[in-house]
Write a protein that binds this ligand. Structure first.
Ligand code: ATP
Ligand SMILES: Cc1cn([C@H]2C[C@H](O)[C@@H](COP(=O)(O)O)O2)c(=O)[nH]c1=O
Length: 195
C-alpha cells in the first residue's frame, strides 16, 4: 500500500513522517521515502530549486525524472514485496506546484491537467494521500521562506491546485487541518493510515 503526505511548505509533512518512522504503530518493514529523492536526480532538482531563474518547464521534467527513478528504484520494488510505503511528497506535489509555476506559460490552457497527463501512462497513483491543509501565510512563515516557492502569493496558487485535486478524488484524500497542535495532527494522520 502506498501512502503519501502532501501539503504546502511548512505544513508539517516531514515532522509527521519522521514521527511515523519512529512509531511502532506501523509495520516495522514499512519503507519511508520522499521526493525530491536522495539521489543524483534529486540533487539536480535541488539545484533547480536554488536557481531563481530556472525554466519552469525544464524544472517540471527534472522533478518528473526524479519521480520516475523513485518509482523504479524504491516504490515499485517495495510494493511488489507487499510493504507499506510512506512518501513525504509524491506526484501531487508536481500537479500542485508545477501546475502553479506553469500558470504563466502561454503553452498550456490547464497546466495542472497537462502535468497529470505527463504522469498518467506510467506513474503509480497513491492508495491514500493525507493532505495537511494550511493557509499560505502560515506556511510561508513556518517554512522560513528559504526558497523561491516559499512565498505566500505562490503558495496560495499551490493551495488552490491542491484543493482542486482533493475535490476531484475525495476517496483517496484525507484532509487534516495543519493549524492544530502537532500531537493532534499526528493522531489524525495515523488514523487516516490505519483506516
Ligand atoms: N502542527 C504544527 N504546529 C506548529 N508548528 C508546526 C507544526 N508542525 C510542524 N511545525 C513546525 O513547522 C516547521 C515546518 O515543519 P516541517 O518541516 O515538518 O514542514 P514540511 O511540510 O515538511 O515543510 P517543507 O515542505 O518545506 O519541507 C517546523 O519548524 C516544525 O517544527
Ligand atoms: C516533490 C516536489 C517538490 N516541490 C517543491 C516543494 C518544496 O518547495 C521543494 C522541496 O521540497 P521539500 O518538501 O521542502 O523538501 O520543492 C515541487 O515544486 N514539485 C515537486 O514535485
Amino acid at each position: 500500500m502506498l501512502v503519501t503526505l502532501e501539503g504546502l511548505d511548512g505544513s508539517g509533512k516531514t515532522t509527521v513522517w519522521e514521527r511515523l518512522r519512529a512509531d511502532d504503530a506501523l509495520p516495522n518493514d514499512a519503507v519511508f521515502t520522499r521526493e525530491p529523492t536522495d539521489s543524483w536526480y534529486g540533487d539536480a532538482v535541488m539545484r533547480s530549486i536554488e536557481d531563481d531563474d530556472a525554466d519552469s518547464l525544464a524544472e517540471l521534467f527534472l522533478y518528473t525524472a526524479d519521480h520516475a527513478a523513485h518509482l523504479a528504484d524504491t516504490v515499485r520494488p517495495a510494493l511488489e514485496d507487499g510493504k507499506l510505503v510512506v512518501s513525504d511528497r509524491y506526484s501531487d506535489s508536481r500537479y500542485a506546484y508545477q501546475g502553479a509555476t506553469l500558470g504563466d506559460s502561454d503553452h498550456f490552457e490547464d497546466p495542472l491537467a497537462y502535468v497529470q497527463r505527463v504522469h498518467e501512462p506510467w506513474t503509480r497513483p497513491p492508495d491514500r494521500t493525507v493532505y495537511l491543509d494550511l493557509d499560505p501565510e502560515t506556511a510561508a512563515r513556518r517554512s522560513g521562506a528559504t526558497n523561491k516557492f516559499e512565498t505566500a502569493d505562490y503558495l496560495a496558487d499551490v493551495r488552490a491546485n491542491y484543493e482542486r485535486l482533493v475535490d476531484a478524488d475525495p476517496d483517496r484524500f484525507v484532509q487534516v487541518d495543519a493549524t492544530q497542535e502537532p500531537d493532534t495532527v499526528y493522531e489524525r494522520v495515523l488514523d487516516a493510515i490505519r483506516d
